[in-house]
Structures are given as C-alpha cells and as structure tokens.
Design a protein around this ligand. Structure first.
Ligand SMILES: Cc1cc2nc3c(=O)[nH]c(=O)nc-3n(C[C@H](O)[C@H](O)[C@H](O)COP(=O)(O)OP(=O)(O)OC[C@H]3O[C@@H](n4cnc5c(N)ncnc54)[C@H](O)[C@@H]3O)c2cc1C
Length: 325
C-alpha cells in the first residue's frame, strides 16, 4: 500500500497507539486533540507539589502483544512496576489486601507513556474537531469548532470516547447506531498534598462503600518527587449525584471521606484539586476490538471497544491500525 495521509482524532492512548503503528507502516499521520497535549485519561497534572496522576492510576498487562510492548517500555525507562502496600476498606474496616497483580505506572507520571509513544508525530492540539466532510469518493476534510479546516486525508481514525464520537460519525449512520449503545460513567477525582507525610502504612486502597472507590498515595509510585500526595476517586454513582457540584465542595467532601477511610485526622493540605471526568469509563465490556466503515475510509477505536482499561485502549488502537493497513 502506498503511503496514505491519515488523520487521527483524539491523542489518548488508543489514538497514539494507532498512530505509532500506522507510522511504522510508513503512513503519514496527523493527530488532533482538543486538549493541550496528548494522553487523554492518562493524565498527569503538573503542580508545585509534583506531578499528580488524575486519571488512570496504574495499568495491568494480560494480553501477549501488550506484554511484549510493555517489555520495550520497561527497557526504555518509560514505565516501571509499582508495588504499593495494598489495602481494602469495607464493612469490616481497613485491612491489608495483598494480591499477585503486577501494576505498572508511567515515569515520571502516567502521561509519560502516551507522550513517549507519540514521539515526533504531528499533533495539532487545542483543536476540537467538530465535523468530517467527504470531499470526493476518496478523501476527507476535517473542520474544527471554529470553522477552520484541515486536510485532505485519505483515511480518518476517530479515537475519542464513544459518546463524543457519535457527532463526528454523521457520514456513517451505521457506526453511529452501534456507538449509541455505549454509555460511560463519570468520576470525581480529588488530588491533595501535605507538608508532612500522613502517618499511615497505606499506599493504595480499594474502597467498598461510601463516596470513594479508590485511594492511592501518588508519591509512593516510582519516579515521583515532591510532597506526600494522594489521589482519591469517587464511585461513578457518587459522581453522578454530584455532577454539578462545585470543585470546592467536592474536594471538601472527598477529603472527609479520605480521612474516614484512612482512619486519621488530616492536616490542612498544602494543595487541593478536584477534577470531574464526565466520561471516565464505559459501563460495559465489549469484544469489538475496534470498529470501521472501510468503504468510507473511516475507523473508530477506544477503550470502550473492549473495556475501560489502559491495556485495552492500546489494543484497540493497534487493531485499528491492523484493519486499516
Ligand atoms: C478516573 C479514572 C481512573 C482510571 N483508572 C484506571 C486504572 O487504574 N487502570 C486502567 O487500566 N485504566 C484506568 N482508567 C481508564 C483509562 O484511563 C482509559 O481506559 C484509557 O486512558 C482510555 O484511552 P482512550 O485513548 O481510549 O481515550 P481517552 O484517553 O479519553 O482519549 C481520547 C482523546 O480524545 C480527545 N478528544 C475527544 N473529543 C475530541 C474532539 N472532538 N476533537 C479532538 N480531540 C478530541 C480527548 O481530549 C482525549 O485526549 C481510568 C480512567 C479514569 C477517568
């Protein structure tokens, strides 16, 4: 196949994974993302108290192809294993809950992995693509929400969460109908840092009951510098009930919940931040891998084609590239 000009909309891990495989196959790839950089839900917020992972906390590796790629990332120093002192907090209280699961994190933050995979690919950031226009039987133009246009492209890969992809897929009604089946739930994230480390052995904790479902000591991950920092995720149900609450009130509420789970009084934080993920994770598992309307030159990928995990976002991007090539 001769070299194609391919637009990839969405530079989260799925889009970056597809882009890197397409570039390896000698195609010209042009990524677009509405955010300031790449990574999407693999997000690390840079702050005065150090980098804070606001989205995915770690990833696991089950698929052989993913494990193979992971070995390269480990060898390159892009990721490292994280071995937290793992706890569970349930109706019986807070207790140790060790398991055999290997957990990996980006270095120095989760966003490092997509950034490394992006390499020197062309990314047009802070650009929200709003429409795809077919200009003839072969080619596409993209339009952003200011009306600026980009192209022409021979193929388009849409690598954004399903509910956001639907509007872009007007030229492919069958794909739109398939994507309409996907629902995704919200999460509120609390990130806090303290001058003095909290006196607790907990590095990570699965929470059963109450507003939180996960807590981690961000600063216990390898390669992190700065204050003692913590990230707590709300349950999807709590986020849905507090969707329009102010970040300040969410932070206060989740800080209390963090104190309850750890069973300690918390000092005044040196840093507090609350972030709302409207589309945090898909509600159901699918085995679609990726979707396509090859007759139109349109391809769609994302974690929601499988389930809401880092590994699956990468696998979905790889499958899109294989289908396209
Ligand atoms: C709070 C939270 C905790 C999580 N914890 C874990 C975990 O511990 N382990 C794990 O494996 N997974 C976890 N996940 C899931 C994991 O983060 C995702 O599965 C994965 O990052 C999804 O990647 P993606 O590329 O499919 O989508 P995204 O990362 O959402 O990427 C989509 C990109 O598209 C861009 N975009 C959207 N619309 C447009 C548009 N119109 N124009 C241009 N750009 C657009 C967005 O800005 C974004 O960068 C978590 C997710 C969240 C939110």
């Amino acid at each position: 196949m001769s070299s194609l000009r391919i637009a990839v909309i969405g530079a989260g891990l799925a889009g970056v994974s597809a882009a890197s495989a397409l570039r390896e196959a000698d195609h010209q790839v042009f990524l677009f993302d509405k955010s300031r950089g790449c990574g999407g839900r693999l997000s690390t917020k840079r702050t005065a108290v150090g980098g804070l992972d606001l989205g995915a906390q770690y990833f696991t590796a089950r698929d052989t192809r993913f494990r193979h790629a992971l070995q390269h990332w480990l060898d390159s120093g892009w990721v490292a294993e994280w071995t937290p002192r793992l706890y569970c907090c349930d109706a019986t209280g807070l207790h140790e809950s060790p398991d055999d699961q290997q957990r990996f994190v980006g270095l120095p933050g989760m966003s490092a992995l997509p950034r490394q995979l992006l390499g020197d690919a062309v990314l047009t950031s802070q650009t929200r693509i709003a429409q795809l226009h077919r200009i003839d039987a072969e080619q596409w133009m993209l339009a952003d929400d200011t009306g600026a246009t980009y192209g022409p492209f021979d193929r388009v890969v849409v690598a954004v969460p399903a509910p956001q992809a639907i509007a872009l897929l007007e030229p492919a009604p069958t794909l739109q109908q398939t994507l309409a089946q996907i629902s995704m739930s919200p999460t509120w994230t609390l990130a806090v840092a303290f001058e003095q480390p909290l006196t607790t052995p907990v590095d990570a904790c699965f929470v059963r009951g109450g507003p939180l479902d996960w807590i981690s000591r961000n600063s216990s991950k390898p390669g992190r510098h700065g204050n003692d920092s913590w990230v707590a995720h709300s349950t999807p149900a709590w986020a849905a009930d507090h969707l329009e609450a102010s970040p300040e009130s969410v932070a206060a509420h989740l800080l209390d919940a963090l104190s309850d789970v750890l069973g300690i009084a918390l000092a005044e934080p040196a840093f507090t931040y609350a972030h709302r993920w409207l589309l945090a994770r898909p509600d159901e598992t699918r085995n679609w891998g990726a979707l396509a309307a090859p007759e139109l030159g349109l391809y769609v990928c994302g974690d929601w084609c499988l389930d809401g995990r880092v590994e699956n976002a990468w696998l979905s991007g790889q499958q899109t590239a294989r289908t396209l090539v």
